[in-house]
Each structure stands twice: as C-alpha cells, then as structure tokens.
Design a protein around this ligand. Sequence first.
Ligand code: NDP
Length: 342
Amino acid sequence: NRYVTIKTHVDGAPEESDFELKASAVALSLEPGSNAVIVKNLYVSIDPYQLNRMKSYSSSQKSSDFAVGIIPGEAIDTYGVGKVLISENSEFQEDDIVAGLLNWGEYSVIKPGGMLNKLNPMGFPLSYHVGILGFSGLTAYAGFFEVCKPKRGEKVFVSAASGSVGNLVGQYAKLIGCYVVGCAGSKDKVALLKEKLGFDEAFNYKEETDLVSTLKRYFPDGIDIYFDNVGAEMQEAAIVNMKIHGRIAVCGVISEYTDAGKRAAPSMIDVIYKRIKIQGFLASDYLNIFTDFLSTTRDHLRTGKIKPLEDISDGVESIPCAFISLYRGQNIGKKIVKIAEE
Ligand code: NDP
C-alpha cells in the first residue's frame, strides 16, 4: 500500500519536497468481528483545507483549532470513492462501491464509526461523486442557497470562480436568474467562465491594481451577494462595494492559508451602515439538505444546465503535485486524483 504523507509540518506555500510517498503492508484479512472494512481507493479529493491541517502547532494559526492536525509520516484522510475489498461489517459486501473518509493512498482501512456509505453512482462517473455530486457541490449549494439566500435578479460576485466550489456557485446563480461576475487567475480561466459556464462577466484579478475600482466597474450599483473563497484584499474590496443589506458567505480564505500574517481588515463602517451580513459556514453543517442538493444537481447535470468541471490527475504519486497545483492556480475545476481503475 503506497500512501502520501508530509515529511514535516508545512507552514508556508506547499512544495513537492514537503511530501513523501511511503509504503506499508496492507492486511489481506480482517479480524473476525472487527466490523472493519478494507477499501481499494479509486478517486480521492484534493482540497485546499488540508494545508491548514499540515501547519505546525506552534504557528499562529493553530491547525488543531479548526481540524484534526496531520501527523508527519501518517496517512492523510480525505473524502473519496472506492471499492470494498474485504468486509467484516455486515453493511458492506465485497465489490460494493462506497464513498467516505478514505486517505491519500491506495487502500483505506475503515474502522467501526468511520465515515463510509454505499454509493449508487446513478449513471454518473464515479469522479463526480467526489466533486460536483459530493462535498464540493454541497459546499456551493448550501453556501449559496442557505447562507446567501439569493433572489432572482440579484448581483453576485464569486472569487476563485473557476475552482471547484466557485464555478458551481456561479452556475447555480445563473440558473436562478442572477447577474454573475467571477474572478480567476488567468486569461484562459476568464474565457472559460464567460464562454463555457455562462458567467455574465469575469476578470483576471492578477491584472488588476486597484480591486475596489475593479469591482465598481463590474458592479456600478453595488454587489448583493459576495461568495468569498479567497479572503484578504478581495474581501476588503468587496465589502466597500456591497449594497445595503448585502450578504457575504465566507466559504474559504485560500490567500491567507499560505501566509500566517495575512488577514482581511474589512471596513466595519461599511458593514454597519450597509447592514451587511457576513457568515462563515461549513458544508458539514448542511448534511440535512444533501438529498435535496443531490437531486437538484443531478437533474441539472442530466439536462445539461450545469456543466461539470473536473481536473483529474493519475496515480497516487501525483497527489503532492495535484495538491500544490491548488496553491499555484493550476487547477481548473474540481481537483481529483484517480488512484485505480474500478
Ligand atoms: P479550488 O478548486 O477553487 O482551488 C483553489 C483555487 O484558488 C486555485 O485554482 C486558484 O485559482 C485560487 N487561489 C489559490 N491561491 C490563491 C490566492 N493566493 N489568491 C486568490 N486565489 C487563489 O478549491 P475549492 O473550490 O476546493 O475551494 C475553494 C475555497 O473554498 C477554499 O478557500 C476552500 O478552503 C473553501 N472550502 C470551504 C468549505 C467549507 O465547508 N466552508 C468546503 C470546501 C472548500 P485562481 O486561478 O483563481 O487564482
């Protein structure tokens, strides 16, 4: 069993040298009555938040405050889809396709209490169940509909808009008749947002020098909803441009993850006088709407109203590169690593 781990804690931007591929023996049998399951990993999710779990406990942003820290040398758990190899749990049979908390490796041993569910692919590729029909999709759906409470015709701004969560927020917003502007870090991504995903406008934030006036250009009458994936300067500029009673869903602050000293310092006067609502959220708080999210998104995928955007690398050894690519803006859509054929 080969798996990817960190050599030591990672406090800045991740580099390939921070990771190593280790090998361990995988048991070919389970203790009878152990209730455990051995899963052959097929597709694993690559997510920015893992960096916050890799930080050293001494850094100012303690990973242990937010999520369970990763111990160097040990396997790194992640959401993924796999196939049951051996089961001592009566709920699972050999060859069942499952989704749950696997790891960045070739096999996962799921102990009783571990997160694992049987998966009905419903005719969609298994990779969709890691991204658009999995947690990334739920994040976009819950964050946009439940946190932002959008209305038809409202003006929506999304950052990291070509990413896994961002592209879907923009697509959901277009479906209910909002005006949508996204920002991303390259010319090609901007073209994709406008030409393939139907965003009304998009811009390359790396080419802009004054984000406050950039947003004023796209939203002369102000922003109703800002879906924040990046934090820092973009969040500050959005707040200055919000309308009265605007809503901001703080989904992630990726530009702050690599720099412990970087924080947004939004204008609270704007927040007060414009009665802006700013709400952070975790997708895991919205498991109660998973079924609703799934049936809506599945229908939109079938009718072609929502386009899937995935970026898949091959093989367990590609995980470090895949992860680093998120921090270099090299991914387009949901970053996934395919570990093995079904
Ligand atoms: P993405 O697919 O969006 O990948 C990350 C993207 O972020 C990159 O492609 C890059 O695109 C952009 N980016 C990277 N560094 C910076 C930077 N310094 N400044 C601005 N943009 C940057 O990842 P996800 O869709 O999985 O995640 C998006 C956000 O949502 C993250 O902040 C993540 O932590 C958060 N999240 C939150 C969840 C929750 O429950 N609250 C659940 C899942 C994700 P570009 O070319 O535009 O720079």
